[in-house]
Design a protein around this ligand. Structure first.
Ligand code: GCW
Length: 734
């Protein structure tokens, strides 16, 4: 039994060690614009500081796990920066009998029970949930940050710091008195899977990345300096993201070389303190192209053995490895079709190798033929995901998750929800959202995507068709596994952050990463709430700043849509090149299948069951009724589902062609309006970010005119119908 003296010595040592750790972490980040993103922890205004100084100035850790230490260090750093006050730290081995005095207590529910058997939240915490609770422990007022896991504690700390940074009252606490006795906030994540994917190549470039080179790789190796990778993990943890796939889904087989796994282990080391699991994209042909076998047939026992050994090797180096992401039989990648096998055969062979270690396989539903015959009006790429995966429902192992893009084509500015969300009932699924703005302005145009994502996630698939007035299968519940009681599922975002100081190439674009994380945690949060939080954390609480930036962000998707691709028309960006400039004809007359079918008579894809490709038939019956009928189909998706003449009259009362003219002019005007809106906050934020962002809006305003003129000219050329307002056409007064 250790003596009292040795316990004291150990405790003193723990305190000093933790303080040193905290000091290292609190050293100011390099003065890079935007590097801290929403974790700025600016000094609080005197009134708020006075209130929050009433928090205990001692923190007690109930365990010494790595993630718990991170939670404590983050708390110390945040409170020190915001309140100018250092926390006294006591680490672990706290026994029920020796606990005394006011403290912020950090620990899992399990450890908290040791301290007090009566303290428990209203609902039992499971997984990564947290509980912020003020309570008396052995007579002393304490603030408890408890988690279902130590990761939950970390999320609770971030939530507390976020509340304080926004000088918001913690739930149920009166800001005037900060009556700790009433603090009681319990949160549970909506789904187990809250992951990001990075499309980083080993040479350091990032496919569809607009924030500079990779933070993980350079010149075919893992970077020696992984400081940014660690900071990325901190950003991810702060919004509840628990997994990150570090390499492109167009995976280089070399990622699985023994020597590479060794290097990748270093990235896992900088993720681990933040509770972020590392995972890898893998090429299905790896057993053959780098593994020395003469086949990669998923049903060949040698192939199964190869994956098993590879998984064992990875877990030896990275014990908390998350799993694999697979893109196969897609855009030229090899897949099970080589051997006449199915995606289920391919997914399961890998899943079985990961299973003993607790890993999962994300098998992407983005499987389609990019050599479609465009002459055949019945062909339709939108049908591919459902056609390939629906027949396999129930054939996947329970540690396989089908990763489904939000829409059936490819991250366009407006698409309906993929019918596959409703097409899998005995299979796990996750929604794949694109945070990096590939088709939505590449971070050079403002386009806050949360309102778009929410439309998809809230869309009710009517999977049971029980009662017309009750939602029974919104996409968010289907992917979270709540409708068909699946063991796992959730949310994946393609992030593609890079080495740029502000991570994504534009400080305002970071709202999309923040928004993704917040929605993955709770898809019922409103877009207004999310952007309000982000703006206050990123720019502070000046009411004019908050009002201006939130309004601009919230309108930005519609603005971008209106000058680039209205009525769900599909791909008008240059599809063969950069996916950015206007190029409305580039999607036609080739096998990629991103067609809009515009000709001299009309525009739009006929996807009806009655006369078109039959795509609408993939939806549950009530949804079919909505889209099949021209009369019911919402205007904003009309051209996605129907081919109509240019003079067709919309629900709005306008003809299609006039809508195109008007929306493009309105959109370009609104983009110009962003410049003056932004100028309205000059002097209310720091000069550096003010100027940087102003230049971006000035550029966007010019680009919106380029788009407007290109699309109006194109539609006029096809339809021959002049603009009623005289802006477009041979008699144009422009
Ligand atoms: O939209 C396309 C992108 C490709 C990407 C592919 C995918 C990584 O243009 O760059 O490949 O989608 O999602 O697999």
């Amino acid at each position: 039994m250790p003596s009292i003296g040795s316990i004291h010595r150990a405790l003193r040592f723990a305190i000093v060690a933790t303080l040193i750790g905290a000091a290292a972490l609190t050293s100011p980040l390099a003065a890079e614009t935007g590097a801290e993103a929403w974790l700025r922890y600016s000094k609080l205004n005197p009134r708020a500081a006075e209130v929050y100084r009433r928090l205990p100035d001692r923190v007690v850790l109930l365990d010494d796990s790595l993630v718990l230490k991170t939670a404590q260090q983050e708390l110390s750093r945040g409170l020190e920066q915001m309140l100018g006050r250092a926390l006294q730290v006591e680490s672990s081995s706290v026994k029920r009998s020796s606990f005394a005095g006011k403290a912020i207590v950090l620990g899992t529910m399990k450890d908290l029970h040791v301290l007090s058997s009566t303290l428990r939240p209203p609902h039992e915490l499971s997984g990564d949930g947290y509980w912020l609770k003020s309570a008396k422990i052995h007579g002393s007022e304490c603030l408890i940050v408890a988690g279902g896991t130590d990761r939950g504690v970390l999320y609770g700390v971030f939530a507390l710091l976020s509340n304080i940074s926004r000088a918001e009252r913690p739930a149920a606490v009166d800001l005037a008195t900060l009556d700790l006795a009433t603090m009681d906030e319990e949160q549970q994540p909506y789904a187990a899977v809250r992951w990001v994917n990075q499309w980083d190549n080993l040479d350091g470039r990032i496919e569809r990345g607009y924030g500079g080179p990779s933070i993980f790789f350079a010149e075919g190796k893992v970077r020696s300096d992984l400081i940014r990778a660690g900071r990325y993990a901190r950003l991810l943890a702060s919004i509840g993201i628990n997994g990150c796939t570090i390499n492109n889904v167009n995976a280089a087989p070399g990622i699985l070389e023994d020597s590479f796994i060794e290097q990748v282990g270093r990235i896992a080391e900088v993720f681990r303190p933040w509770g972020v699991q590392l995972s890898l994209s893998v090429d299905l042909s790896s057993p053959k192209v780098m593994g020395g076998l003469d086949t990669f047939d998923p049903l060949d026992p040698r192939v199964a053995e190869w994956w098993r050994k590879k998984a064992d090797e990875i877990y030896r180096r990275i014990p908390d490895f998350g799993g694999f992401v697979v893109k196969a039989d897609s855009e030229g990648r090899l897949g099970p079709s080589t051997y006449g096998r199915t995606p289920a055969d391919a997914a399961n062979v890998i899943a079985r190798a990961l299973k003993p270690h607790g890993g999962v396989v994300f098998y992407r539903a983005f499987v389609y033929n990019h050599h479609l015959d465009w002459h055949d009006l019945k062909n339709d790429r939108a049908k591919a995901a459902y056609d390939n995966f629906h027949p396999l429902d129930g054939a996947f192992d329970d540690n396989v998750i089908i990763q489904i893009k939000n829409g059936p084509i490819d991250f366009q500015v407006r698409e309906p929800a993929s019918p596959l969300f409703a097409g899998l009932r005995r299979t796990n699924e996750a929604i794949e959202l694109q945070i990096t703005q590939e088709y939505t302005g590449q971070q050079r145009h403002l386009c806050f995507l949360v309102p778009m994502w929410k439309e998809v996630m809230d869309f009710d698939m009517r999977v049971h068709d029980i009662r017309a007035d009750a939602p029974d299968g919104p996409v968010k519940d289907l992917v979270a596994g709540r409708v068909f009681h699946r063991p796992t599922g959730g949310f994946v975002g393609v992030a593609n952050l890079g080495m740029d100081a502000n991570w994504m190439g534009s400080p305002l674009a970071m709202a999309n990463l923040y928004g993704f994380g917040r929605l993955a945690w709770d898809p019922n949060l409103s877009a207004e709430k999310i952007i309000d939080e982000w703006t206050r954390l990123t720019f502070g609480g000046d009411p004019l700043v908050v009002k201006t930036i939130t309004a601009m962000q919230l309108s930005s998707w519609h603005v971008y849509e209106s000058y680039t691709g209205p009525l769900g028309v599909g791909t008008l960006t240059n599809i063969v090149g950069n996916h950015y400039d206007p190029g409305p004809q580039s999607s036609e007359e080739n096998g990629w299948g991103q067609w809009h079918r515009a000709d001299h008579q009309g525009i739009g894809m006929d996807r009806t069951v009655a006369t078109g490709t039959g795509y609408i038939g993939q939806y549950p019956p009530e949804v079919q009724t909505l889209y099949e009928s021209l009369a019911k189909c919402p205007d904003e998706l009309l051209l996605f589902f129907h081919h109509v003449p240019y003079g067709y009259v919309l629900h709005s009362g306008k003809t299609v062609v006039q809508h195109v003219y008007d929306s493009h002019y309105e959109g370009a005007d609104q983009a110009r309006g962003f410049v003056s809106q932004w100028k309205g906050i000059e002097g209310h934020i720091d000069e550096e970010r003010y100027r940087d962002i102003l230049a971006r809006f000035q550029y966007q305003a010019g680009q919106a005119v380029v788009w407007r003129d290109a699309i109006c000219k194109w539609i006029y050329g096809l339809s021959g119908i002049q603009d009623e307002k005289g802006r477009v056409g041979i008699n144009s007064r422009k």
